[in-house]
Design a protein. Structure first.
Length: 354
């Protein structure tokens, strides 16, 4: 359920724990890495510049561009810190006897490859400079980290009815929805080339004829039972929503009144239904109604209110416990962050890490 008081919190990435860690500045008398391509060591195990650069390039390709050289270097330092955390977690998981089976790795590999043909997937890996064996290794580590966090953190989190009631009482006014709202997702196909398009297939209709054929093909797949979110990720040309399966969030009814055609279609849909092909000045749309909220005060007895509050409180506790957990493990590890040392000493050129 969408409620205005509950801010949308960006969940930690499924595979990399992005927890900012505080640690002392390095001793100036310490020696840096003997190998300039090693940017950090954790208990003697190296983390290479290439590992950091690969992740950095993949995030830039996903639209997280740095605006200047200093910001790029700061971005890389954050990526390196994530890799340090991951290496510490994987090492601790070994002591905790947390492992990942070959079947689990295979299942995740198949999930990642499913939107692509074999040739497309191999090209994606080539473009990012990732070998198949390296990908399997990364997936294994990610599965291990997720299982470790579930075992050590998530299993300890509980939310009481009293906590939910207290949260509601402190934020009661914010559970009042002033007007009907519609949770929508869309697949958009435009009749012109757009360099901002970033769907999984890198598919962009560049003229009206191609756009018409493309939207018809997508619609036929939806009628045959294909997953709306999956098709949006693969083919939608809306750079803002494609990666999220076309999810546009909750839209107030007043915002839809600017397009009477769209308002009429949306209000005629039941939750879970999709529209036909809608042609507008921006292109072709297919819309799905994911949910809706009636106007008025939502009481604490509403199960959706309780679930939304419970999830918010769980997220808050999860973030706090994860941060503290990683800090404890970092205190036990021997960490050498050579990139950080170079930055402090002025030896690292902005944006390069050299």
């Amino acid at each position: 359920m969408r409620l205005s008081i509950i801010s949308r919190r960006r969940r930690l990435a499924a595979f990399l724990l992005c927890v900012a860690a505080l640690f002392a500045l390095p001793d100036c008398r310490r020696k840096g890495a003997a190998n300039p391509d090693v940017w950090a060591e954790v208990d003697g195990q190296p983390i290479s510049r290439d590992q950091v650069e690969r992740i950095y390039r993949s995030r830039v390709a996903a639209g997280n561009d740095a605006t200047n050289a200093e910001e790029a270097l700061s971005f890389k330092l954050n990526v390196l810190d994530e890799l340090i955390n991951n290496q510490i977690l994987v090492a601790h998981a070994s002591h905790a006897r947390v492992t990942a089976s070959e079947a689990e790795v295979d299942n995740k590999m198949n999930e990642l490859q499913s939107p692509y043909s074999r040739e497309e997937f191999q090209k994606k890996l080539q473009d990012q400079g990732v070998a198949m064996d390296d990908l399997r290794h990364q997936i294994r580590d990610n599965i291990i980290i997720t299982k470790l966090i579930n075992k050590e953190i998530m299993s300890r989190i509980s939310i009481s009815d009293a906590e939910i009631a207290a949260y509601y009482d402190h934020n009661k006014a914010s559970f009042n929805v002033p007007e009907p709202e519609y949770h929508l997702a869309q697949i958009l196909v435009t009749p012109v080339a757009d360099p901002e398009v970033r769907n999984l297939k890198d598919d962009d209709a560049k003229d009206p004829a191609t756009a018409g054929r493309k939207i018809q093909a997508i619609y036929q797949q939806l009628k045959a039972g294909a997953d709306f979110a999956g098709l949006a990720q693969q083919y939608s040309e809306d750079p803002r929503t494609a990666s999220g399966g076309g999810d546009m969030g909750f839209i107030p009814a007043s915002n839809l009144k600017t397009s009477p055609q769209l308002l009429q279609i949306v209000t005629s849909l039941k939750v879970g239904q999709i529209s036909g092909i809608i042609r507008t000045s921006t292109g072709y749309h297919i819309v799905k109604l994911l949910g809706q909220e009636a106007a008025g005060q939502h009481p604490l007895t509403d199960v959706k209110v309780q679930n939304a509050i419970r999830q918010t409180l769980r997220n808050e506790k999860e973030q706090l416990l994860k941060a503290a957990y990683i800090e404890v493990l970092r205190d036990r590890a021997k960490i050498s962050n050579y990139l950080a040392e170079q930055i402090v000493s002025g030896q690292a050129a902005p944006g390069t890490g050299k």
